[in-house]
Design a protein around this ligand. Structure first.
Ligand code: SF4
Length: 377
C-alpha cells in the first residue's frame, strides 16, 4: 500500500488470524487492546463491574485469573455478564483450563513454564477444541522451564523463543492452530529481542506486553518504549499494558500507544502545547478538564488546544476542532482547520465539549449511513 506520507507508514508483519471469541486477532484485524481484572474472581459482582469499566474504556478483550476451582465456577457467571470475550488466565493447574473452557472462556492463557507435562497441554488443547476456545502460549522470562534455563544459563531471547516453540509444536502436533503467543519480560531489551526473534520464527499472531512494567508513570513509559519499538517495526497483533494501577489506565495507555503510531484511533486525540508565558488561557487546566469531560467519546477525532498564535493556527489546520489562545480572554475556534468563531474564557470548556459531542454524533451518523448504503442499492 502506498502512502502520501511514507515516513508514517508501518508495514505490519503478516500473521495468521485467530478468533478470541468474537474478536479477530492477527492478519489485518485492528490491534486489540486488553487488560486484566484485579478483583477476586470469586467476587462476581466486583469483577463484572470492573469488566464493565474496562469495556467503557474501550477494552476489546479482558483476562480473568482462574487460580482455583471456586474461581472457574465464578468465571462461568462472569462470562454471562460480559460483553467482551474473556481470557482465562491459568497457571500451575491445567484442570482450571479444562474448567474455564467449559465455563465459556474465549481463550485460555497457559504458561509453558508452569503448566506441566505435554500430556496436560494435550488435554488443554482437547478442551479448547471442544469448546471453540483459542489459546495463548504465554511465555514469561521469570518462569521459564528449568531445562531451558540450564541450557541457556539465564533467561535470554533464545530461551524464551525455544520455550514458545516447544509449546507451538505440541499444539501443532494436536492439529491446533488457533493460538497466539507472547514472550514477555520486564526488561525491555529482553522482551523486544525475544519478540523480534519470535516474529521471524513463525507467523502466529503475537500478544505484546512488557510484564511487571511498574506504576502508572514508569510503566507507561517502559511499555511505550518496548511495545512502541515492536509496533513501529510492524510486530504485534494484540497488546496488554501491565501497570500497577487501575486496569482502566492500562486500556487508556494501550490506546494512546496505538494512537501515537497511527495504528488505531479511538476517542479524542488531544494535541496541546506545554504552555508558557505567551498562553492566552490556562492550557494545562483546560486540557486536564477536557480530557476528563471527553473520556466518554469513542469516535476518533482530533482536538488541538494551543495557548497562542505561535503554534495554534498550524496545529488547528491538522485537527477537526482547534482552539488558539488570543489576547484579552478572547480565543479563536477553528473547525476543520478554518477560523470559525471566537470564544471567551468563561464558556470555553462547555462550548468545546458540546462542539466535540456534536461533531462525534455527526461522524457516527455519517458512518451509519455509509454502512447502510450498499444494502440500499
Ligand atoms: S504555543 Fe504559544 S503558549 Fe503554547 S508553548 Fe508555544 S509559545 Fe507558549
Amino acid at each position: 500500500m502506498s502512502s502520501v506520507r511514507p515516513y508514517r507508514q508501518i508495514l505490519r508483519r503478516p500473521s495468521r488470524q485467530i478468533m478470541v471469541g468474537s474478536v479477530p486477532v492477527g492478519g489485518d484485524a485492528p490491534i486489540s487492546v486488553q487488560s486484566m481484572t484485579n478483583t477476586k474472581t470469586t467476587d462476581v459482582a466486583g469483577t463484572v463491574d470492573q469488566i464493565r469499566r474496562l469495556e467503557e474504556a474501550g477494552a476489546d478483550i479482558v483476562r480473568v485469573s482462574c487460580p482455583d476451582e471456586e474461581s472457574t465456577a465464578a468465571f462461568k457467571d462472569i462470562v454471562r455478564h460480559s460483553n467482551v470475550p474473556l481470557v482465562a488466565d491459568i497457571h500451575f493447574h491445567y484442570k482450571r483450563a479444562l474448567e474455564a473452557a467449559d465455563a465459556g472462556a474465549a481463550c485460555l492463557r497457559i504458561n509453558p513454564g508452569n503448566i506441566g507435562s505435554e500430556d496436560r497441554v494435550r488435554e488443554v488443547v482437547r478442551a479448547a477444541k471442544a469448546n471453540g476456545c483459542s489459546i495463548r502460549i504465554g511465555v514469561n522470562a521469570g518462569s521459564l522451564e528449568r531445562d531451558l534455563l540450564e541450557q541457556y544459563g539465564e533467561p535470554c531471547p533464545e530461551a524464551m523463543v525455544a520455550s514458545a516453540q516447544r509449546h507451538m509444536a505440541v499444539l501443532q502436533d494436536n492439529d491446533f492452530q488457533e493460538f497466539k503467543i507472547s514472550v514477555k519480560a520486564s526488561d525491555v531489551f529482553l522482551a523486544v529481542a525475544a519478540y523480534m526473534q519470535l516474529a521471524e520464527a513463525c507467523d502466529y499472531p503475537l500478544h505484546l506486553g512488557i510484564t511487571e512494567a511498574g506504576g502508572l508513570r514508569g510503566g507507561t513509559v517502559k511499555s511505550a518504549v518496548g511495545m512502541g519499538n515492536l509496533l513501529w517495526a510492524g510486530i504485534g497483533d494484540t497488546i496488554r499494558v501491565s501497570l500497577s494501577a487501575d486496569p482502566v489506565e492500562e486500556i487508556k495507555v494501550g490506546f494512546e500507544i496505538l494512537k501515537s503510531l497511527g495504528l488505531r484511533h479511538r476517542g479524542v486525540r488531544v494535541i496541546s502545547c506545554p504552555s508558557c508565558a505567551r498562553q492566552g488561557f490556562d492550557v494545562i487546566k483546560t486540557v486536564e478538564t477536557l480530557e476528563e469531560r471527553l473520556a466518554h467519546i469513542a469516535t476518533p477525532m482530533t482536538l488541538s488546544i494551543i495557548g497562542c498564535v505561535v503554534n495554534g493556527p498550524g496545529e488547528a489546520r491538522e485537527t477537526d476542532i482547534g482552539l488558539t489562545g488570543g489576547g484579552s480572554g478572547s480565543h479563536m475556534v477553528y473547525v476543520s482547520g478554518v477560523k470559525d468563531h471566537t470564544i471567551n474564557d468563561e464558556t470555553m470548556v462547555e462550548h468545546l465539549v458540546s462542539m466535540v459531542e456534536k461533531k462525534a454524533a455527526e461522524i457516527e451518523a455519517a458512518k451509519a449511513e455509509e454502512a447502510e448504503a450498499p444494502a440500499a442499492e
